[in-house]
Unconditional design. Structure first.
Length: 404
């Protein structure tokens, strides 16, 4: 095989190297949801870039065709792996059974089989010839199944995975959305480049810049893993915890405007439609002004309030600052904990102790007190205190007349 070194080939080899590094970083976190899929995805992108480099550097048509087929190992499997990564990262991997994964790979395996045997049927490439422009390129005409099997299936999975990631990003607290947007950016760059390449009419005679665009993708993925800790459990797991926790949580920026709130806070304050996001917290707590007033003086307050559903609750409200990685304050979080049951239990225990103390005092007076009217007066007074009344009276029955 004769090789001609080209700038395009060198860049593709660089893209393959970056993808290998990203795959290695992801593989080290393979136990984290999405880690193994991301490692496999970056490995397939490395194969794609590696094959593109050798396809462009090869001088004869047979060698170019061989490496073009090698590229398709990555081309047909990458969309499936990106889709599985999106499901795992967004904690929707309950759908990824062995049967589902096997079915997802049916079309890629069929596609690669058609690519490998294209000389027999021409369904993927209708024609293959060297370029007549003097450039070291392979000219291919796209066959009928290229559009249906390869392009249609791949783009459908990519679009669905992107929709899942966007939906997840919108549900995440603001400080965790950057990871998901970077994932989308790392996929969008080569995807847009590939769409432009595929949309060109007639036989493909131009360079496919998708492998070069994968350089940017690899850099963004590596940045996401290193700097933004992409494969940490925190973002999605913490978001899931916040979504399902019983305590209400409201995130505020430095201007005390609401950045995010969980469903529990929405139920407490009548903001389940999330329309309050972006508004000042005082507007949201307009029906509960004492909360905001007391939080201005103390980070922890106890308050009796009637929540949005009309029930009376005893709430513990805490306020804590949000500190960024540089140690600067970026806002604060307000957590509301329903302390009603604990408050009721304390009151019940207090009443029980009052009853016991009253009985003990009465018992002592029965032993020491011989003045019946005074004794009865004390009993009535204690009974009034126990039941919450200021006064009471007691009538005695005359044993002879049986009258009061």
């Amino acid at each position: 095989m004769i090789i001609e070194i080209t700038l395009y080939g060198i860049v593709c080899l660089g893209a393959a190297g970056i993808a290998v590094v990203a795959a290695f970083l992801a593989w080290r976190r393979r136990d984290v949801p999405g880690g193994a899929s991301l490692a496999a995805l970056m490995s397939m992108l490395a194969i794609w870039s590696f094959g593109s480099a050798f396809e462009n550097n090869a001088a004869d048509v047979d060698a170019k065709l061989f490496w073009a087929k090698v590229c398709y190992i990555g081309i047909v499997t990458s969309p499936v792996l990106f889709f599985t990564f999106a499901l795992e990262y967004c904690r929707l991997d309950r759908w990824l059974t062995r049967r589902t994964i096997a079915l997802l790979f049916v079309v890629p395996l069929l596609s690669f089989g058609l690519v490998a045997t294209n000389e027999w049927h021409g369904l993927i490439w209708s024609s293959i010839a060297p370029s007549t422009t003097g450039r070291n390129l392979l000219v291919t005409g796209r066959g009928p199944l290229f559009w249906v099997v390869v392009l249609g299936y791949s783009y459908s999975l990519m679009l669905l995975a992107a929709a899942i990631l966007v939906y997840t990003a919108l549900r995440l607290p603001a400080q965790y959305r950057r990871q998901t947007w970077l994932i989308l950016a790392s996929v969008a760059i080569p995807w847009v480049v590939n769409i432009v390449y595929v949309a060109s009419t007639g036989p493909s005679t131009s360079l496919d810049l998708t492998p070069i665009a994968l350089v940017a993708s690899g850099v963004l993925i590596a940045l996401n893993i290193f700097h933004f800790r992409l494969l940490d459990l925190a973002p999605i797991a913490r978001a899931t915890l916040v979504e399902h926790m019983a305590d209400g949580m409201i995130l505020l920026d430095m201007q005390d405007c609401i950045v995010d709130l969980n469903p529990a806070a929405g139920r407490y304050f009548g903001a389940e439609d999330r329309s309050v996001i972006g508004k000042h917290v005082s507007a949201v707590l307009a029906d509960w002004p004492t909360i905001f007033e007391q939080l201005a003086e103390d980070d922890k307050v106890h308050i009796e309030m009637r929540v949005a559903d009309g029930t009376l609750r005893f709430m513990q409200v805490n306020s804590a600052p949000l500190i960024d990685k540089r140690g600067r304050r970026s806002g604060r979080v307000i957590v509301t904990h329903d302390d009603t049951l604990h408050h009721q239990a304390e009151n019940a225990l207090r009443r029980q102790n009052d009853y016991l103390n009253a009985l003990q005092q009465t018992e002592m007076e029965l032993v020491a007190q011989f003045d019946l009217p005074s004794l009865l007066e004390n009993i009535v007074r204690r009974a009034g205190l126990l039941v919450g009344t200021e006064s009471g009276y007691l009538d005695l029955v005359d044993p002879e007349t049986r009258l009061l």
